[in-house]
Design a protein around this ligand. Structure first.
Ligand SMILES: [Zn+2]
Length: 46
C-alpha cells in the first residue's frame, strides 16, 4: 500500500473527525467531549 497516510501519523479524533466539535441534531454545534475541542485523539501516554 503506497499513499499519503495523512491520518496515520496524525492522531485525529474519530468522533469529530478533527473538527473539535460535533454537529447537533437540533442544530448548532457542541464542543467535542471526546477530544475536548482539540480535534486530536486524546492520548493517555504519560
Ligand atoms: Zn473530537
Amino acid at each position: 500500500m503506497v499513499g499519503q497516510n495523512l491520518f496515520a501519523s496524525t492522531e485525529i479524533c474519530s468522533y469529530c473527525k478533527g473538527d473539535g466539535y460535533v454537529q447537533l441534531l437540533l442544530g448548532g454545534s457542541e464542543t467535542c467531549g471526546c477530544c475536548k475541542g482539540t480535534g486530536k485523539k486524546p492520548v493517555k501516554d504519560v
